[in-house]
Design a protein around this ligand. Structure first.
Ligand SMILES: Cc1ncc(COP(=O)(O)O)c(C=O)c1O
Length: 372
């Protein structure tokens, strides 16, 4: 895949989209898969004894098989949700009333459920802060603020139950590398070129847990004082699932090639490294330790909203500003006013986009830096 596969650039050829950590742009094939499903295959699944419903069910379950293959898992371990947030809520809810440990880098989709469900929340900065095996460790595979990963193999050895937030990880690294170490792995479709409205939760032992949500389609039988759940994954999927979205997510993951991603991300990081002297002055994380092409920075002389506006106006550059749903991390590093994040994508950000970003970055420093 490259830039020509993303129709948004037909409308905005000069757009420098550096907000892929928030959501990736959509390839034409994914948009077509969604439209094709709704146009020619659409019916509700698992319910109808008529051909169209049977076909929709078959396609939906094929999508599940494909996502299982993507992770190196089996279909009954793949739960469809509406997004990573729901997946993480579900996994964390299984441990309500227990102590839960998380990292300081966690997105609020881990932090808030852990805060609400745990009996005691422990927050660590590094895995080296763990001295005794944690009962439950919920940790991100890759940060959504800076280019930092956690060693999931090490996290496995340090926890009895390991929940991994793979939402950013899957954009940069092959989840097959780590799935054997985790008990739960969550991500959203929209951050890997798929549609919004669909998330995934991988559960290693899917028969073991009590579902978070209850309702139709998730039970084999029910009476006034009895419930017999359907087998996994259906037990965790009450109500009508994201059917067309699953089909389009299948298309999206089949377009992903981690060898290409790694090669192009290395090239983007080399460019970052070349501009280290400038970037390091404002970056909140060392450029030399950055493991994928994403950086967050602060210009103390301007409000971050003004910075984003300047990037948009001067360079046609889309960056994200604020706390990136990591308030705790921003408090920890003393960035009380928020930061600006540039997340580069291997399929549609190239050398030219990077030059425009650096040129605009330098321009803003030169023009407004005296205000500090
Ligand atoms: C690391 C991480 N975890 C979880 C989420 C939540 O994803 P969603 O909003 O799709 O539920 C995000 C989204 O920004 C994220 O970056």
């Amino acid at each position: 895949m490259d830039k020509s596969d993303f129709p948004i650039f037909e409308r905005y050829p000069d757009l420098v989209y550096l907000d892929s950590a928030a959501t990736t742009l959509k390839p034409k094939k994914v948009i077509e898969a969604l439209s094709d499903f709704y146009s020619y295959h659409y019916a509700n699944v698992h319910r109808g004894i008529y051909r169209l419903s049977e076909e929709a069910t078959e396609m939906f379950e094929k999508a599940r098989e494909s996502i299982a293959h993507f992770l190196g898992a089996s279909p009954e371990q793949i739960i469809f949700t509406k997004n990573a947030t729901e997946s993480l809520n579900m996994a964390i809810s299984f441990f309500r009333g227990l102590p839960i440990t998380i990292s300081i880098y966690e997105h609020n989709s881990v932090f808030v459920p852990a805060q609400q469900y745990s009996s005691r929340l422990k927050i660590i900065e590094s895995l080296s802060n763990i001295y005794h095996k944690e009962e439950v460790l919920a940790i991100t595979g890759a940060s959504n603020v800076v280019g930092k990963t956690f060693d999931i193999k090490e996290a496995r050895d340090l926890s009895h139950n390991l929940i991994v937030d793979g939402t950013q990880y899957v954009q940069h690294f092959n989840p097959k590398n780590i799935i054997k170490y985790v008990d739960f792995f969550a991500f959203s479709g929209h951050k890997i070129y798929g549609p919004t409205g669909i998330g995934v939760l991988y559960i290693k032992d899917p028969e073991e847990w009590e579902p978070l949500l209850y309702g139709g389609g998730a039970v084999d039988s029910v009476s006034i004082d009895m419930i017999k759940y359907a087998p996994s994954p259906y037990k965790y999927e009450p109500g009508t699932p994201p059917i067309a979205e699953a089909w389009a997510l299948k298309t999206a993951i089949e377009l992903i090639d981690y060898e290409i991603i790694q090669e192009r991300e290395r090239a983007l990081m080399k460019l970052m490294e070349q501009e280290k002297d400038l970037l390091e002055q404002y970056s909140i994380y060392p450029i030399s330790e950055t493991e994928y092409p994403q950086l967050s920075f602060q210009f103390n002389f301007l409000h971050h909203h003004d910075i984003a506006h300047l990037f948009d106006k001067k360079g046609n550059i889309a960056v994200r500003t604020g706390f990136h749903c990591t308030h705790m991390f921003h408090q920890h590093i003393g960035a009380r006013k928020g930061t600006v994040r540039a997340s580069f994508n291997p399929y549609y950000n190239d050398k030219n986009d990077f030059s425009i970003f650096i040129k605009t970055f330098r321009h803003i420093v030169e023009e407004y830096g005296h205000l500090q």
